[in-house]
Design a protein. Structure first.
Length: 214
């Protein structure tokens, strides 16, 4: 975290021409608890000299949409839902990474697509458009190479780039892709429900990120 603070402070100094900013607001990916936000905030303040407020980057979704209070949901390379209680306590659900969760994120959609394809092929069913679509993205027509190629290109950002194949397959009528996208959306909705149960304002949800915008 110290290295990140040093790097960001250097970027800010460059943008400000060496003049210390009076106020700095930061949406920080990876600051998933109030304590982490406060720690990063203190590290930045000691390096920039001005007033600093750090929140999770997903918290920026609500004010960016022109609202004051609500639940922010990001679905891109990862997924997370973040909000504040009436007394300002930070709430977060999700954000566990694409291996454990990140439901509805781009790499999670690809992960679930690969699992669905595996089950279909084990049943001798290879006609769903998702199968050919993902194979095409991976640059192979050998169905047995699915696991090998995905393991060779492991990483959330890399897997996430294959997510377009899932959406393209859904447009082409793939039952597998339609189910995967629906389940991913339900996973994001479940994160929102968890925050509401913990005291988040249920009146507004703002969603964004690569999966939503693209």
């Amino acid at each position: 975290m110290e290295t990140d603070a040093e790097t960001l402070a250097g970027i800010v100094a460059g943008l400000c021409g060496g003049v210390a900013p009076a106020v700095l607001a930061v949406g920080a990916h990876g600051c998933d608890t109030g304590e982490q936000c406060l720690r990063f905030q203190a590290l930045l303040a000691s390096r920039t000299g001005g007033a600093v407020q750090v929140v999770n980057d997903a918290e920026l979704m609500v004010p960016a949409a022109g609202y004051i209070d609500g639940i922010g949901v990001v679905s891109g390379t990862g997924s997370i839902a973040v909000a504040r209680t009436a007394d300002g306590k930070m709430l977060a659900a999700g954000g566990w990474g694409w291996i454990l969760g990140d439901e509805g994120s781009a790499p999670a959609l690809v992960r679930e697509a690969a699992k669905a394809i595996r089950h279909s092929l084990d049943r001798g069913q290879d006609g769903d458009p998702l199968i050919a679509g993902l194979m095409r993205e991976l640059g192979t027509d050998d169905q047995t190479k699915l696991g090998i190629l995905l393991n060779e290109t492991r990483g959330a950002a890399v897997w996430g780039r294959y997510a377009n194949a899932v959406f393209d397959a859904a447009i082409a009528g793939s039952a597998l892709a339609i189910r995967i996208i629906s389940e991913g959306g339900a996973g994001l909705a479940a994160l929102v429900e968890l925050l509401i149960e913990r005291g988040a304002n249920p009146a507004l949800v703002v969603a964004g990120g690569g999966v939503i915008s693209e």
